[in-house]
Design a protein around this ligand. Structure first.
Ligand SMILES: NC(=O)C1=CN([C@@H]2O[C@H](COP(=O)(O)OP(=O)(O)OC[C@H]3O[C@@H](n4cnc5c(N)ncnc54)[C@H](OP(=O)(O)O)[C@@H]3O)[C@@H](O)[C@H]2O)C=CC1
Ligand SMILES: O=C(CO)COP(=O)(O)O
Ligand SMILES: [Zn+2]
Length: 352
């Protein structure tokens, strides 16, 4: 008997374009959600877009509630859940970068409420995914969470955000190359389930972004359009896989470890980009494609060295040698790199 089944949960409305923040209400009305909206954001996104979303719902006769969180943590998820219960929220909108959107989707999942994703930065590919990513102690959890019912990505808002956030989003996409390599490796060595569709979509997304690099320029709103569509596509790959595997391999473990140990971590996307240069070197050796990864990052103005990340060399080496401990996810790092090998990889690739 054929007994396989699969659930792929995707958003119904993906609204991308100039000024579409003003269509948030329309995108929500289409979903036939009921009750009180709760707008969740972090400080800057709240000022940039959250307040405008609240005003829209107020003007339309809803009674919107709002909450502002400061960090991506399980405490923040609990804070949002408690607030949603207090105000008897009927559905939620996550307005912000990866932090606000992750917290909202995890709280929405816990409460069984619908959730709408309103990115204010093209900085990460969690905009669409049904995964939440939160650190806890020495580890980082990638947990199943509520995928958005709709995405409202206003390219005017995204283009006005600091440019480094957009280059971080590009680097998060470029890191799909090594993430897919790690996934394939884990499939071959550890029989980890692999989805050809999700792997191909993730890789194609990275290729299309790299091919468009000459159109991704500061001050050009079209850049936000190109990047956000790639971020959506990468998130869809994660939804198809029901895992962050298509977009998160050893380069992400390295970044998550930097978030733990670096005194002043850089942006998520920038860290995974630099990690991808080194993990590509580990996959394919000194003559391999690590230069292509580095050049693709360089072409869009993302960091390619520890110095550009603002992180010292010793911390980069420590993160490389300990990244495999972050979570139970088999990658090219295997059961850990020796310090000598980590120094070699980081030096040959020019990261340190
Ligand atoms: N679930 C998933 O599938 C994925 C999750 N992630 C997660 O997302 C997070 C990374 O996302 P990222 O967006 O980089 O992190 P943040 O949400 O922390 O945003 C980065 C910074 O940008 C600021 N910001 C956001 N929008 C604007 C704007 N329009 N103008 C000015 N500043 C702005 C934020 O302000 P403020 O400090 O006020 O918030 C913050 O300082 C990580 O926690 C990562 O693990 C990443 C990829 C996929
Ligand atoms: O950042 C992500 C994909 O880009 C999510 O991956 P994690 O599961 O490693 O948090
Ligand atoms: Zn990422």
């Amino acid at each position: 008997m054929f007994d396989k089944s699969t659930w792929i949960r995707l958003p119904r409305n993906v609204v991308v374009g100039h000024g579409v923040l003003e269509q948030t209400l329309d995108a929500v009305d289409e979903l036939h959600l009921a009750g009180r909206p709760l707008v969740v954001s972090s400080p800057t996104p709240h000022a940039v877009a959250g307040e405008r979303v609240v005003d829209q719902f107020e003007d339309a006769g809803y009674d919107p509630a709002e909450v502002v969180i400061d960090e991506a943590s399980f405490d923040a998820v609990q804070q949002v859940i408690a607030h949603a219960e207090d105000v008897d929220a009927g559905f939620m909108l996550g307005v912000g970068g990866g932090k606000a959107i992750d917290i909202t989707k995890m709280a929405a999942d816990d409460l069984g409420l619908g959730f709408v994703s309103v990115p204010t930065a093209a900085s990460h590919d969690g905009i669409v995914s049904g995964r939440g990513s939160v650190p806890e102690g020495d580890t980082r959890h990638s947990v199943a969470a509520e995928p958005p019912l709709a995405v409202v990505a206003d390219t005017e808002v995204l283009a006005e955000a600091p440019w480094r956030l957009t280059t971080a989003g590009c680097a998060d996409i470029i890191s799909n190359y090594t993430a897919v390599r790690d996934w394939e490796l884990a499939h071959r060595l550890k029989n980890v389930p692999y989805s050809e569709y999700a792997g191909a979509l993730s890789q194609m997304t990275a290729e299309m972004l790299v091919d468009s690099a000459s159109s991704i320029k500061k001050g050009l709103e079209e850049s936000s359009w190109i990047v956000v569509k790639a971020l959506v596509s990468s998130g869809v790959a994660m939804s198809i896989a029901d895992s962050s595997r298509p977009a998160s391999g050893a380069e992400h473990l390295f970044s998550h470890q930097l978030d733990r140990i670096a005194p002043d971590p850089a942006l998520h996307g920038h860290q995974v980009g630099v990690g991808a240069i080194m993990t590509e070197y580990l996959h394919s050796g000194p003559k391999g494609r690590w230069r292509d990864v580095r050049d693709a990052l360089g072409a869009i103005g993302a960091p390619t060295t520890a110095n550009e990340l603002g992180i010292d060399d010793e911390t980069v080496i420590e993160a490389l040698t300990t990244a495999h401990e972050i979570r139970d996810r088999y990658t090219v790092l295997g059961d850990g790199m020796s310090e000598e090998a980590a120094i070699e990889a980081a030096t040959v690739t020019g990261v340190v």
